[in-house]
Design a binder for this molecule. Structure first.
Ligand code: ADP
Length: 489
Protein backbone atom coordinates (compact mmCIF):
# COMPACT_ATOMS: atom_id res chain seq x y z
CA UNK A 1 0.00 0.00 0.00
CA UNK A 2 1.32 3.46 -0.84
CA UNK A 3 0.61 5.70 2.10
CA UNK A 4 -0.31 9.27 1.29
CA UNK A 5 2.31 11.84 2.25
CA UNK A 6 1.89 14.83 4.52
CA UNK A 7 -0.46 17.31 2.88
CA UNK A 8 0.38 20.86 1.85
CA UNK A 9 0.86 23.24 4.75
CA UNK A 10 -2.22 25.41 4.08
CA UNK A 11 -4.48 22.37 4.01
CA UNK A 12 -3.89 21.87 7.74
CA UNK A 13 -6.71 24.16 8.76
CA UNK A 14 -8.72 21.99 11.16
CA UNK A 15 -8.11 20.49 14.57
CA UNK A 16 -8.00 16.70 14.98
CA UNK A 17 -10.51 15.16 17.38
CA UNK A 18 -11.73 11.57 17.50
CA UNK A 19 -10.09 10.73 14.18
CA UNK A 20 -11.78 13.62 12.40
CA UNK A 21 -10.77 17.05 11.16
CA UNK A 22 -12.97 19.53 12.99
CA UNK A 23 -13.58 23.28 13.37
CA UNK A 24 -14.14 25.15 16.61
CA UNK A 25 -17.83 25.18 17.65
CA UNK A 26 -17.58 28.97 17.60
CA UNK A 27 -16.14 28.73 14.04
CA UNK A 28 -13.34 31.04 15.18
CA UNK A 29 -9.89 30.60 13.71
CA UNK A 30 -6.49 32.19 14.18
CA UNK A 31 -3.59 32.83 11.85
CA UNK A 32 -0.34 30.88 11.86
CA UNK A 33 2.51 33.10 10.62
CA UNK A 34 5.90 32.50 9.10
CA UNK A 35 8.32 34.23 11.51
CA UNK A 36 10.71 34.99 8.67
CA UNK A 37 8.39 37.33 6.77
CA UNK A 38 5.05 37.38 8.59
CA UNK A 39 3.27 35.53 5.75
CA UNK A 40 0.03 33.76 6.77
CA UNK A 41 0.60 30.01 6.43
CA UNK A 42 -2.83 28.80 7.47
CA UNK A 43 -5.84 29.57 9.64
CA UNK A 44 -6.60 26.96 12.30
CA UNK A 45 -9.50 26.56 14.76
CA UNK A 46 -9.35 28.74 17.84
CA UNK A 47 -10.91 26.19 20.15
CA UNK A 48 -12.17 26.89 23.63
CA UNK A 49 -13.21 25.15 26.82
CA UNK A 50 -16.22 23.52 25.13
CA UNK A 51 -14.25 22.05 22.24
CA UNK A 52 -11.60 20.61 24.52
CA UNK A 53 -14.29 18.73 26.45
CA UNK A 54 -15.16 16.85 23.26
CA UNK A 55 -11.53 15.88 22.80
CA UNK A 56 -11.30 14.66 26.39
CA UNK A 57 -14.45 12.55 25.92
CA UNK A 58 -13.03 11.07 22.70
CA UNK A 59 -9.80 10.19 24.51
CA UNK A 60 -11.77 8.72 27.41
CA UNK A 61 -13.77 6.43 25.16
CA UNK A 62 -10.68 5.42 23.18
CA UNK A 63 -8.90 4.57 26.44
CA UNK A 64 -11.46 1.86 27.21
CA UNK A 65 -9.94 -0.38 24.52
CA UNK A 66 -6.49 1.12 24.07
CA UNK A 67 -5.46 0.45 27.67
CA UNK A 68 -5.96 -3.29 27.15
CA UNK A 69 -4.07 -3.61 23.86
CA UNK A 70 -0.86 -5.55 24.23
CA UNK A 71 2.54 -3.92 24.30
CA UNK A 72 3.30 -5.69 21.05
CA UNK A 73 0.20 -4.27 19.37
CA UNK A 74 1.07 -0.75 20.49
CA UNK A 75 4.67 -1.30 19.45
CA UNK A 76 3.60 -2.29 15.93
CA UNK A 77 1.41 0.77 15.55
CA UNK A 78 4.10 3.10 16.86
CA UNK A 79 6.56 1.52 14.43
CA UNK A 80 4.16 2.14 11.53
CA UNK A 81 3.81 5.73 12.65
CA UNK A 82 7.59 6.04 12.88
CA UNK A 83 8.00 4.65 9.35
CA UNK A 84 5.56 7.23 8.01
CA UNK A 85 7.28 10.03 9.91
CA UNK A 86 10.57 8.89 8.42
CA UNK A 87 9.13 8.79 4.93
CA UNK A 88 7.76 12.31 5.33
CA UNK A 89 10.72 13.84 7.13
CA UNK A 90 11.46 16.45 4.46
CA UNK A 91 7.84 17.58 4.30
CA UNK A 92 7.63 17.87 8.09
CA UNK A 93 10.95 19.73 8.26
CA UNK A 94 9.65 22.18 5.71
CA UNK A 95 6.53 22.83 7.82
CA UNK A 96 8.75 23.42 10.85
CA UNK A 97 10.94 25.88 8.95
CA UNK A 98 7.83 27.70 7.75
CA UNK A 99 6.14 28.08 11.13
CA UNK A 100 9.14 28.17 13.50
CA UNK A 101 11.75 29.85 11.27
CA UNK A 102 14.64 27.52 12.00
CA UNK A 103 17.02 26.76 9.11
CA UNK A 104 15.93 23.72 7.07
CA UNK A 105 19.03 21.76 8.02
CA UNK A 106 18.22 22.26 11.68
CA UNK A 107 14.57 21.40 11.10
CA UNK A 108 15.68 18.12 9.49
CA UNK A 109 17.79 17.49 12.57
CA UNK A 110 14.80 18.14 14.79
CA UNK A 111 12.64 15.77 12.76
CA UNK A 112 15.25 13.01 13.09
CA UNK A 113 15.37 13.67 16.84
CA UNK A 114 11.58 13.90 17.13
CA UNK A 115 11.03 10.72 15.14
CA UNK A 116 13.57 8.88 17.27
CA UNK A 117 11.18 9.09 20.23
CA UNK A 118 8.49 7.20 18.33
CA UNK A 119 11.03 4.58 17.31
CA UNK A 120 12.36 4.35 20.88
CA UNK A 121 8.95 4.10 22.50
CA UNK A 122 7.79 1.54 19.93
CA UNK A 123 10.63 -0.59 21.28
CA UNK A 124 9.97 0.25 24.93
CA UNK A 125 6.25 -0.54 24.62
CA UNK A 126 7.10 -4.23 24.72
CA UNK A 127 9.22 -3.93 27.84
CA UNK A 128 6.76 -2.58 30.38
CA UNK A 129 6.93 -5.27 32.98
CA UNK A 130 5.83 -5.69 36.57
CA UNK A 131 7.34 -7.53 39.52
CA UNK A 132 6.57 -10.58 41.57
CA UNK A 133 7.28 -9.64 45.17
CA UNK A 134 8.66 -12.18 47.61
CA UNK A 135 5.70 -12.60 49.94
CA UNK A 136 6.26 -12.78 53.71
CA UNK A 137 3.14 -14.95 54.12
CA UNK A 138 2.84 -18.50 52.73
CA UNK A 139 -0.81 -18.18 51.78
CA UNK A 140 -0.36 -14.94 49.83
CA UNK A 141 1.27 -14.00 46.55
CA UNK A 142 2.02 -10.39 45.73
CA UNK A 143 2.31 -8.95 42.26
CA UNK A 144 3.01 -5.42 41.08
CA UNK A 145 1.68 -4.65 37.62
CA UNK A 146 2.02 -1.46 35.64
CA UNK A 147 -1.09 0.08 34.17
CA UNK A 148 -1.60 3.20 32.06
CA UNK A 149 -2.84 6.20 34.05
CA UNK A 150 -5.61 7.14 31.59
CA UNK A 151 -6.30 10.20 29.46
CA UNK A 152 -3.34 12.55 29.41
CA UNK A 153 -3.11 16.23 28.50
CA UNK A 154 0.03 17.20 26.59
CA UNK A 155 0.73 20.94 26.36
CA UNK A 156 3.75 21.82 24.25
CA UNK A 157 5.87 24.85 23.25
CA UNK A 158 6.87 26.18 19.83
CA UNK A 159 10.65 25.77 19.97
CA UNK A 160 10.63 22.08 18.91
CA UNK A 161 7.30 21.70 17.11
CA UNK A 162 7.68 17.96 16.51
CA UNK A 163 10.05 16.71 19.20
CA UNK A 164 8.14 18.12 22.15
CA UNK A 165 5.06 16.26 20.93
CA UNK A 166 6.61 12.90 20.01
CA UNK A 167 8.58 12.75 23.25
CA UNK A 168 5.33 12.93 25.23
CA UNK A 169 2.86 11.22 22.89
CA UNK A 170 5.27 8.34 22.13
CA UNK A 171 5.65 7.56 25.82
CA UNK A 172 1.94 8.03 26.57
CA UNK A 173 0.82 5.74 23.76
CA UNK A 174 3.46 3.11 24.51
CA UNK A 175 2.20 3.00 28.10
CA UNK A 176 -1.40 2.54 26.93
CA UNK A 177 -2.63 6.07 27.60
CA UNK A 178 -4.62 8.22 25.21
CA UNK A 179 -3.97 11.93 24.82
CA UNK A 180 -5.24 15.40 24.09
CA UNK A 181 -2.45 17.54 22.67
CA UNK A 182 -2.56 21.34 22.90
CA UNK A 183 0.28 22.53 20.67
CA UNK A 184 1.72 26.01 20.93
CA UNK A 185 -0.22 28.68 19.05
CA UNK A 186 2.86 29.59 16.98
CA UNK A 187 3.42 26.06 15.65
CA UNK A 188 0.22 23.99 15.47
CA UNK A 189 0.72 22.86 11.85
CA UNK A 190 3.52 20.43 12.59
CA UNK A 191 1.37 18.91 15.35
CA UNK A 192 -1.51 18.44 12.91
CA UNK A 193 0.75 16.85 10.29
CA UNK A 194 2.16 14.46 12.89
CA UNK A 195 -1.36 13.50 14.03
CA UNK A 196 -2.34 13.02 10.40
CA UNK A 197 0.41 10.42 10.03
CA UNK A 198 -0.57 8.73 13.31
CA UNK A 199 -4.07 8.33 11.90
CA UNK A 200 -2.65 7.05 8.62
CA UNK A 201 -0.57 4.53 10.57
CA UNK A 202 -3.75 3.05 12.00
CA UNK A 203 -3.65 4.45 15.52
CA UNK A 204 -7.32 4.25 16.53
CA UNK A 205 -9.56 7.29 16.61
CA UNK A 206 -9.55 9.20 19.89
CA UNK A 207 -6.13 7.88 20.97
CA UNK A 208 -4.48 11.07 19.71
CA UNK A 209 -6.40 14.35 19.60
CA UNK A 210 -5.01 17.77 18.73
CA UNK A 211 -6.85 20.82 20.02
CA UNK A 212 -5.58 24.08 18.53
CA UNK A 213 -6.20 27.46 20.11
CA UNK A 214 -4.71 30.91 20.14
CA UNK A 215 -3.02 32.45 23.17
CA UNK A 216 -6.26 34.03 24.35
CA UNK A 217 -8.04 30.69 24.78
CA UNK A 218 -4.99 28.81 26.13
CA UNK A 219 -5.74 29.54 29.83
CA UNK A 220 -9.36 28.34 29.55
CA UNK A 221 -8.42 25.25 27.56
CA UNK A 222 -5.52 24.56 29.93
CA UNK A 223 -7.79 24.87 32.97
CA UNK A 224 -10.22 22.26 31.62
CA UNK A 225 -7.33 19.93 30.78
CA UNK A 226 -5.94 20.26 34.31
CA UNK A 227 -9.22 20.10 36.17
CA UNK A 228 -11.39 17.65 34.22
CA UNK A 229 -11.96 14.52 36.32
CA UNK A 230 -11.57 12.54 33.09
CA UNK A 231 -7.93 13.58 32.67
CA UNK A 232 -5.46 11.54 34.70
CA UNK A 233 -2.30 13.50 34.13
CA UNK A 234 -0.63 16.47 32.52
CA UNK A 235 2.68 16.63 30.74
CA UNK A 236 3.76 20.19 30.04
CA UNK A 237 6.81 21.77 28.44
CA UNK A 238 7.03 25.54 28.52
CA UNK A 239 7.73 28.49 30.73
CA UNK A 240 8.17 28.20 34.49
CA UNK A 241 5.36 30.73 35.05
CA UNK A 242 2.77 28.76 33.11
CA UNK A 243 4.10 25.47 34.52
CA UNK A 244 3.54 26.67 38.08
CA UNK A 245 0.00 27.73 37.25
CA UNK A 246 -0.81 24.36 35.68
CA UNK A 247 0.77 22.53 38.63
CA UNK A 248 -1.59 24.42 40.95
CA UNK A 249 -4.57 23.67 38.76
CA UNK A 250 -3.68 19.98 38.80
CA UNK A 251 -3.48 19.94 42.59
CA UNK A 252 -7.22 20.01 43.24
CA UNK A 253 -7.67 16.74 41.37
CA UNK A 254 -4.34 15.27 42.56
CA UNK A 255 -3.27 14.72 38.96
CA UNK A 256 -0.05 13.13 37.82
CA UNK A 257 2.18 15.94 36.52
CA UNK A 258 5.27 16.01 34.37
CA UNK A 259 6.80 19.46 33.94
CA UNK A 260 9.71 20.49 31.74
CA UNK A 261 10.22 24.16 32.49
CA UNK A 262 12.77 26.86 31.89
CA UNK A 263 16.47 26.49 32.55
CA UNK A 264 19.35 28.83 33.24
CA UNK A 265 22.17 26.62 32.07
CA UNK A 266 25.71 27.44 33.15
CA UNK A 267 28.44 26.63 30.64
CA UNK A 268 31.73 26.51 32.54
CA UNK A 269 35.14 26.44 30.88
CA UNK A 270 38.00 25.55 33.22
CA UNK A 271 41.60 26.41 32.48
CA UNK A 272 42.50 22.77 31.79
CA UNK A 273 39.93 22.62 28.97
CA UNK A 274 40.59 22.39 25.27
CA UNK A 275 39.38 25.91 24.47
CA UNK A 276 38.69 25.19 20.80
CA UNK A 277 36.44 22.27 21.72
CA UNK A 278 34.75 24.41 24.35
CA UNK A 279 34.06 27.13 21.79
CA UNK A 280 32.64 24.54 19.41
CA UNK A 281 30.33 23.20 22.16
CA UNK A 282 29.40 26.73 23.19
CA UNK A 283 28.39 27.63 19.65
CA UNK A 284 26.26 24.48 19.31
CA UNK A 285 24.62 24.91 22.68
CA UNK A 286 23.99 28.63 22.30
CA UNK A 287 23.02 29.07 18.67
CA UNK A 288 20.95 25.95 17.99
CA UNK A 289 17.43 27.19 17.32
CA UNK A 290 18.78 30.73 17.75
CA UNK A 291 19.21 30.15 21.49
CA UNK A 292 15.55 29.27 21.93
CA UNK A 293 15.90 26.00 23.80
CA UNK A 294 15.48 25.39 27.50
CA UNK A 295 18.87 23.68 27.62
CA UNK A 296 20.68 26.51 25.77
CA UNK A 297 23.74 27.75 27.61
CA UNK A 298 22.55 30.89 29.37
CA UNK A 299 25.62 31.94 31.36
CA UNK A 300 29.18 31.32 30.21
CA UNK A 301 31.54 31.09 33.16
CA UNK A 302 35.14 31.23 32.00
CA UNK A 303 38.21 30.78 34.19
CA UNK A 304 40.40 33.91 34.35
CA UNK A 305 43.51 32.39 32.71
CA UNK A 306 41.68 31.54 29.47
CA UNK A 307 39.03 34.28 29.54
CA UNK A 308 40.50 36.49 26.81
CA UNK A 309 41.33 33.62 24.51
CA UNK A 310 37.80 32.19 24.84
CA UNK A 311 36.24 35.57 24.05
CA UNK A 312 38.42 36.09 21.02
CA UNK A 313 37.74 32.60 19.65
CA UNK A 314 34.01 32.63 20.17
CA UNK A 315 33.74 36.08 18.64
CA UNK A 316 35.49 34.93 15.49
CA UNK A 317 33.08 31.96 15.23
CA UNK A 318 30.09 34.24 15.80
CA UNK A 319 31.22 36.44 12.92
CA UNK A 320 30.59 33.47 10.63
CA UNK A 321 26.90 33.21 11.50
CA UNK A 322 24.56 34.07 8.63
CA UNK A 323 21.08 35.38 9.40
CA UNK A 324 18.29 34.87 6.93
CA UNK A 325 15.47 32.74 5.63
CA UNK A 326 15.47 29.18 6.91
CA UNK A 327 15.01 27.94 3.37
CA UNK A 328 18.27 29.53 2.19
CA UNK A 329 21.06 26.96 2.55
CA UNK A 330 23.57 29.66 3.58
CA UNK A 331 21.49 30.58 6.64
CA UNK A 332 22.61 29.13 9.94
CA UNK A 333 20.77 31.52 12.24
CA UNK A 334 17.03 31.98 11.82
CA UNK A 335 14.66 34.55 13.28
CA UNK A 336 13.26 34.50 16.79
CA UNK A 337 9.78 33.02 16.97
CA UNK A 338 7.86 36.30 17.14
CA UNK A 339 8.24 40.03 17.77
CA UNK A 340 7.49 39.70 21.48
CA UNK A 341 10.47 37.38 21.82
CA UNK A 342 12.70 39.67 19.76
CA UNK A 343 11.74 42.64 21.96
CA UNK A 344 12.38 40.61 25.10
CA UNK A 345 15.90 39.69 23.95
CA UNK A 346 16.53 43.31 22.99
CA UNK A 347 15.35 44.47 26.41
CA UNK A 348 17.71 42.04 28.19
CA UNK A 349 20.68 43.26 26.12
CA UNK A 350 19.85 46.99 26.50
CA UNK A 351 19.40 46.52 30.25
CA UNK A 352 22.88 45.00 30.52
CA UNK A 353 24.49 47.73 28.41
CA UNK A 354 22.80 50.50 30.41
CA UNK A 355 24.03 48.95 33.65
CA UNK A 356 27.63 48.90 32.41
CA UNK A 357 28.15 45.63 30.56
CA UNK A 358 30.70 45.61 27.75
CA UNK A 359 29.26 44.85 24.33
CA UNK A 360 31.84 43.03 22.18
CA UNK A 361 29.69 42.04 19.22
CA UNK A 362 26.16 42.56 17.88
CA UNK A 363 23.65 44.00 20.32
CA UNK A 364 20.48 44.89 18.45
CA UNK A 365 17.55 43.74 16.34
CA UNK A 366 18.79 43.13 12.78
CA UNK A 367 16.02 45.25 11.21
CA UNK A 368 17.62 45.18 7.75
CA UNK A 369 16.78 41.44 7.66
CA UNK A 370 13.55 41.50 9.64
CA UNK A 371 11.99 42.64 12.90
CA UNK A 372 12.27 39.18 14.41
CA UNK A 373 16.00 38.82 13.78
CA UNK A 374 18.49 39.55 16.53
CA UNK A 375 22.21 39.93 15.89
CA UNK A 376 24.46 37.30 17.46
CA UNK A 377 25.63 39.18 20.53
CA UNK A 378 28.61 38.89 22.87
CA UNK A 379 28.67 40.68 26.23
CA UNK A 380 30.91 40.65 29.26
CA UNK A 381 31.48 42.66 32.47
CA UNK A 382 28.06 41.57 33.65
CA UNK A 383 26.83 41.82 37.23
CA UNK A 384 24.10 40.00 39.17
CA UNK A 385 21.79 43.06 38.96
CA UNK A 386 21.46 42.63 35.21
CA UNK A 387 18.56 40.69 33.70
CA UNK A 388 20.96 38.73 31.48
CA UNK A 389 22.51 37.25 34.60
CA UNK A 390 19.33 35.76 36.04
CA UNK A 391 16.74 35.48 33.27
CA UNK A 392 16.49 32.82 30.61
CA UNK A 393 17.55 34.78 27.49
CA UNK A 394 16.09 32.54 24.76
CA UNK A 395 18.05 34.35 22.08
CA UNK A 396 21.48 34.45 20.39
CA UNK A 397 23.26 36.24 23.22
CA UNK A 398 26.51 35.01 24.78
CA UNK A 399 26.99 36.39 28.30
CA UNK A 400 30.49 35.79 29.69
CA UNK A 401 31.47 35.92 33.36
CA UNK A 402 35.06 35.59 34.60
CA UNK A 403 35.79 33.37 37.63
CA UNK A 404 38.89 32.46 39.63
CA UNK A 405 38.39 29.15 41.40
CA UNK A 406 36.35 25.97 40.91
CA UNK A 407 34.43 26.75 44.10
CA UNK A 408 33.47 30.19 42.70
CA UNK A 409 32.29 28.64 39.45
CA UNK A 410 30.08 26.12 41.24
CA UNK A 411 28.66 28.77 43.51
CA UNK A 412 27.75 31.05 40.60
CA UNK A 413 26.39 28.11 38.58
CA UNK A 414 24.13 26.93 41.39
CA UNK A 415 22.95 30.37 42.43
CA UNK A 416 19.61 30.07 40.63
CA UNK A 417 16.23 28.49 41.30
CA UNK A 418 16.47 26.73 37.94
CA UNK A 419 18.25 23.41 37.47
CA UNK A 420 17.77 21.92 34.03
CA UNK A 421 21.04 21.48 32.13
CA UNK A 422 24.62 22.44 32.91
CA UNK A 423 27.77 22.10 30.84
CA UNK A 424 31.45 22.23 31.60
CA UNK A 425 34.73 21.69 29.87
CA UNK A 426 37.72 20.37 31.79
CA UNK A 427 40.50 17.86 31.19
CA UNK A 428 41.17 17.31 34.85
CA UNK A 429 39.60 13.96 35.74
CA UNK A 430 39.13 14.59 39.46
CA UNK A 431 37.63 17.99 38.71
CA UNK A 432 35.27 16.47 36.14
CA UNK A 433 33.81 14.09 38.70
CA UNK A 434 33.64 16.73 41.46
CA UNK A 435 31.94 19.36 39.33
CA UNK A 436 29.51 16.90 37.71
CA UNK A 437 28.36 15.86 41.18
CA UNK A 438 28.09 19.39 42.54
CA UNK A 439 26.11 21.01 39.75
CA UNK A 440 22.46 21.33 40.81
CA UNK A 441 20.92 20.29 37.50
CA UNK A 442 19.11 17.31 36.01
CA UNK A 443 21.49 16.93 33.05
CA UNK A 444 25.21 17.58 32.65
CA UNK A 445 27.17 17.91 29.43
CA UNK A 446 30.83 17.13 30.15
CA UNK A 447 33.06 18.34 27.34
CA UNK A 448 29.87 18.27 25.25
CA UNK A 449 27.39 20.95 24.23
CA UNK A 450 24.58 18.80 22.76
CA UNK A 451 23.12 16.20 25.09
CA UNK A 452 19.55 15.39 24.03
CA UNK A 453 18.71 11.84 22.94
CA UNK A 454 15.69 9.52 23.10
CA UNK A 455 17.75 6.98 25.05
CA UNK A 456 18.62 9.45 27.82
CA UNK A 457 16.49 10.89 30.63
CA UNK A 458 15.64 14.54 30.01
CA UNK A 459 14.46 16.69 32.90
CA UNK A 460 15.29 19.12 35.61
CA UNK A 461 15.39 19.76 39.35
CA UNK A 462 14.44 22.81 41.44
CA UNK A 463 11.98 25.00 39.53
CA UNK A 464 12.98 23.47 36.20
CA UNK A 465 10.55 20.62 36.52
CA UNK A 466 9.28 17.29 37.69
CA UNK A 467 9.72 13.93 36.01
CA UNK A 468 11.80 12.71 33.10
CA UNK A 469 11.21 12.31 29.38
CA UNK A 470 12.87 9.82 27.06
CA UNK A 471 14.66 6.67 28.27
CA UNK A 472 12.62 4.02 30.09
CA UNK A 473 11.89 6.64 32.77
CA UNK A 474 9.76 8.52 30.24
CA UNK A 475 7.20 5.70 30.28
CA UNK A 476 7.00 5.60 34.07
CA UNK A 477 5.38 9.03 33.96
CA UNK A 478 2.40 7.48 32.20
CA UNK A 479 1.96 4.31 34.26
CA UNK A 480 1.02 3.58 37.83
CA UNK A 481 1.90 0.55 39.90
CA UNK A 482 -1.04 -1.61 40.86
CA UNK A 483 -0.44 -4.02 43.70
CA UNK A 484 -2.43 -7.26 43.49
CA UNK A 485 -2.52 -9.46 46.56
CA UNK A 486 -3.69 -13.05 46.01
CA UNK A 487 -4.81 -14.52 49.34
CA UNK A 488 -5.92 -17.83 50.84
CA UNK A 489 -3.65 -19.81 48.56
P1 ADP B 1 6.72 30.11 25.82
O1 ADP B 1 7.29 31.24 26.60
O2 ADP B 1 7.69 29.12 25.33
O3 ADP B 1 5.68 30.50 24.82
P2 ADP B 1 4.59 29.23 27.45
O4 ADP B 1 4.69 28.53 28.76
O5 ADP B 1 4.03 30.58 27.45
O6 ADP B 1 6.04 29.22 26.90
O7 ADP B 1 3.81 28.35 26.41
C1 ADP B 1 3.96 26.94 26.34
C2 ADP B 1 2.61 26.31 26.03
O8 ADP B 1 1.72 26.62 27.10
C3 ADP B 1 1.94 26.83 24.77
O9 ADP B 1 1.26 25.75 24.17
C4 ADP B 1 0.96 27.87 25.30
O10 ADP B 1 -0.15 28.07 24.48
C5 ADP B 1 0.53 27.18 26.58
N1 ADP B 1 -0.04 28.09 27.59
C6 ADP B 1 0.25 29.37 27.83
N2 ADP B 1 -0.47 29.84 28.86
C7 ADP B 1 -1.25 28.81 29.28
C8 ADP B 1 -2.23 28.64 30.32
N3 ADP B 1 -2.54 29.61 31.14
N4 ADP B 1 -2.82 27.44 30.43
C9 ADP B 1 -2.49 26.43 29.60
N5 ADP B 1 -1.58 26.51 28.62
C10 ADP B 1 -0.97 27.69 28.46
Amino acid sequence: IIMSPVRSIASYDKAFVNGEWVSAKSSKTFKVLNPYNGEVLSNVPDMDSIDVQDAIQAAKIAFEDWQFTTGKERSDLLRKWYNLLLKNQKEIASIITSEAGKPLQEALGEVAYGNSFIEWFSEEARRISGEVVSSPVKTKEMILVKQPIGVTALITPWNFPIAMITRKAGAALAAGCTCVIKPAEDTPLTALAVADLAHEAGIPKGVINVVTCDRGNAPAVGKVLCESPDVAGLSFTGSTEVGKLLYQQCASGVKRVGLELGGNAPFIVFSSADVDRAVEGAMASKFRNCGQTCVSANRFLIQDTIFDSFLEKIKSKMQLLVLGSGTDSKTNLGPLINETQAKKVDDIVQDAVQKGAKLLYGGKIASHIGERFFEPTLITNVTPEMKCYTEEIFGPVVVCVKFNSEADAIEIANNTRRGLAGYFYSNNLAQVWRVAKHLEVGMVGINEGIISSAEAAFGGIKESGIGREGSHHGIEEFTYVKYMCFGNL
